[in-house]
Design a protein around this ligand. Structure first.
Ligand SMILES: [Zn+2]
Length: 94
């Protein structure tokens, strides 16, 4: 309660790795770090789930991976979420 969650730095780093993680492109150590984070972090967890779904759809349609625009749009959305989280002050209201 007294310790505000500060997702910004970690989440930002994770966003950069999320698509590579879903691509299976990370080392086992990095994979584990990302996995642990998306389990503990609501915004990254939701984003990972959405990205995974997007990739599954693309795969079902016969494409190897989602178009780059889709991935960057998702990353952009995460960035907005993170920015919103960081701005919200848990102590002050009004
Ligand atoms: Zn996060």
């Amino acid at each position: 309660m007294t310790v505000p969650v500060r997702p910004s730095a970690r989440c930002r780093a994770l966003v950069l790795e999320l698509s590579r993680y879903l691509d299976g492109d990370l080392t086992p150590a990095r994979r584990r770090t990302v996995e642990r984070h998306i389990k503990a972090c609501a915004c990254c967890g939701a984003m990972a789930a959405r990205l995974r779904k997007t990739m599954a759809v693309c795969r079902a349609e016969g494409k190897r991976r989602p178009p780059r625009a889709v991935m960057s749009r998702a990353a952009e959305r995460i960035r907005v979420l993170i920015a919103r989280e960081g701005r919200r002050s848990p102590v002050r209201s009004v």
